[in-house]
Design a protein around this ligand. Structure first.
Ligand code: NAP
Length: 290
């Protein structure tokens, strides 16, 4: 078994991005600039946004973090998005999800102009991805593709099973793995909570991508010998062994699954850092396009 080390790979990617930024600056260009909006004070969201801001600093980007209170109205949030849309100094905008129940996530996503939608969630960008046109690929699936690519994982003709059909991970992931591309050309099965024979399907996967948000859901008996496992899940579970009182768990029971597979992503240190690196890559592309 070999680890698909997202931390290491994302650091390589970040070094490449930082070099690109230095080149742009040496030619008199401007630093790429990412803006993030954080609504409320959800602990996990706070951690993710801070990691994104820190990553911007590391590669030499400017960043702006806009904090809004939990009870902000939908209209106020949309106005902030519109303001950033019109700000020529900002290249990319992300609104950290999830949002409070009274705010429509799709409305917010649709309000971000596609040219600054570096999370790749806007319907225009998802549509362009489906048509295999140049676009901002959704950050998590794009990070997974990059990781598989950098480890030279053979995907052509393989059976890829994706567990979870969210708009931000599972669904776009299934489309990317089926594309006619270097990482792609898989026969894809997209599964969800209504799938009846999940264990059997998952056992037939050469590549298993798991994104459902249920800690240690995938056990050794659901995995084929030699399979490639990508664990997207991140759930905070209580722990009396850490100072914070919680630790992160993936959707795969790592200890029992790892010995059975050829490659596997750890949690943390797998898909998470790759997501951030993809976000930076999209922001760089956006800045370059100006
Ligand atoms: P989500 O919106 O929470 O959706 C979960 C999906 O899992 C749904 O499609 C659901 O099916 C499916 N599901 C639930 N129970 C199932 C079961 N028993 N069998 C099969 N499918 C089942 O998912 P998400 O936003 O993609 O998040 C999934 C996990 O990934 C979470 O832990 C999240 O924190 C993590 N995540 C990590 C990153 C990263 O950068 N590493 C990024 C994004 C998300 P239905 O559609 O039928 O309800």
């Amino acid at each position: 078994m070999q680890l698909l080390d997202g931390k290491l790979t994302s650091n390589t990617l970040k070094d490449e991005i930082a070099k690109e930024v230095s080149k742009v600056l040496a030619q008199g260009g401007k630093k790429p600039h990412l803006a993030a909006i954080l609504v409320g004070s959800n602990g996990a969201s706070e951690t993710y946004v801070n990691a994104k801001v820190k990553a911007c600093e590391k590669v030499g980007f400017d960043s702006t973090l806009v904090r809004m209170s939990e009870d902000v109205s939908e209209e106020e949030l949309l106005n902030e998005v519109r303001k950033i849309n019109e700000n020529p100094a900002i290249d990319g905008l992300i609104v950290q999800l999830p949002l409070p129940k009274h705010i429509s996530e799709i409305k917010v996503t649709e309000t971000i102009v596609p040219e600054k939608d570096v999370d790749g969630f806007h319907p225009v960008n998802l549509g362009r991805m489906t048509l295999n046109l140049p676009t901002f690929l959704p950050a998590t699936p794009a990070g997974i593709v990059e990781l598989l690519d950098r480890y030279d994982i053979e995907t052509s003709g393989k059976h890829c099973v994706v567990i979870g059909r969210s708009h931000i991970v599972g669904s776009p992931m299934s489309i990317l793995m089926a594309r006619n591309a270097k990482v792609g050309n898989c026969t894809v099965t997209l599964t969800h909570s209504r799938t009846t024979n999940l264990e059997e399907i998952s056992r037939s996967a050469d590549i298993l991508i798991v994104a459902l948000g249920k800690p240690e859901f995938v056990t050794a008996d659901m995995v084929k010998e030699g399979a490639v496992i990508v664990d997207v899940g991140i759930t905070r579970v209580k722990s009396d062994k850490t100072k914070s009182g919680w630790k992160l768990k993936g959707d795969v029971a790592f200890d029992e699954v790892a010995p059975k597979c050829s490659f596997i992503t750890p949690v943390p240190g797998g898909v998470g850092p790759m997501t951030i690196a993809s976000l930076l890559k999209n922001t760089l592309i956006s800045a370059r396009g100006k």
